[in-house]
Design a protein around this ligand. Sequence first.
Ligand SMILES: [Zn+2]
Length: 486
Amino acid sequence: MRLQSFGAACTVTGSMHLLTLGGRRILIDCGLFQGSEEMEARNHEPYPFDPADLDAVLLTHAHLDHVGRLPLLVGRGYRGPVYCTPPTAALAETVLLDSARLQVEGYRQEIRRARRQDREHQVLPPLYDEEDVHRTLALLRPVLEFGETTTVGGARVTPHRAGHILGSAYLLLESADGRLLMSGDLGHRGGGLQPDFTPPPPADAVVLETTYANRTHRAWPETLAEFSEALRQSVRAGGKILIPSFAIERAQTILHTLKGLMDSGEVPRIPVFLDSPMAARATRTYSKFGDELGPEVRDALRSGEDPFAPSTLHVVLTPDESQRINKYDAPAIILAGNGMMTGGRIQHHLRHHLWRPATSLIVVSYQSPHSLGGQLVAGVDHVQIMGEDIAVRAQVHTIGGFSAHADQDDLLAFLDTAGSPHVWLVHGEVEAMDAFLPQLAARGLKGDIVPDRQEVDLLGDGFSGGRPPGLILDAAPSDMRLEAGE
Ligand SMILES: [Zn+2]
């Protein structure tokens, strides 16, 4: 039972794990590297294996950092099945088509600039286009059902609820070699749209995500109270209320929360503009697979109610309509992407409104300190947006507790029912994993950090102190936590 990671090893992005199990080769996730230029350059690296030799690909969930390199894998020769849950297949279509569009648009912009500077030869081609995505979607096998065992590439695979986003699964893989749990991304228990993750069965080894292995999140009720208060203050300020949001899970969580707060009278019914075609599409997928969601949302959908539609909701599709919101001269909530404010329609809303003192910006996602969002959270008085210097007079509210990721307590609770497995840590910054190793030792569990690209025997001895040789422990965190999945 061997594992070789080509992404999400000592970092939180680009999840891609090659598993050798019972003599077969199975790839778990095939995600895009996001964040710094250095990280994104890794997307273009050749694979140290032949994609045509893989027996199967399994997906844990549809976040871009878990599925975004799939079209590239297909472009490089993979023709086999890609197994996932039905909601993951539906969301992956939305995510991959959007990714192809961004790839192609980014390339066109970059090549125009490079031509003017006579350095066209330096521009890397787009990783893939829409056609590549359609070839990839044809390979999806959305046959994985929670709690049901399927034979994949010679191994018995049982997906269980991970509670992270719609359709997210952790996987139990059983073969003659032993029993292995691949955690994918796990959710934060006790709130949000997803039911809590299912307690896992015992296993010989666990490959565990560690995004927030060194933190504890605020409890859901406190987060909701904080969000509600920020909204009331913002409504009193009388201007536009901008909420930058990721299109999957966060947008639906915010829409559902707004509906609840408006229906109960806690927040006045002002217009809500959902200005993101991708979020609108993802929301339809959430409604379609409503039976997978937590009881409150599921029951609302069954009774014919739309839990993602405050009564004042306007869904904005075209760029023209998006521009026209700026002419609407009354308080309103604008929910737009992207979540880190590094691009997307939120940028023109910020440019149009940040200088007005009556505007409120409510930040509900993690912001990298060097991004536009990070600067705004830090309280700067001027920012550069679309090449323009903008004064910041808006009120900025930061709500930190909406994370879709397990915190340290959740991760330890996940291990409670897993027996005495050897725990291999992935999908985390080195500092988070290093802080988690003593927690494992205190529970009598063997823990090791998975090294980048180096093959490990999951049932072997591991490393001295859980740290692969050469690992730099005081490495500054790369700080790109969660472009997509935070
Ligand atoms: Zn994720």
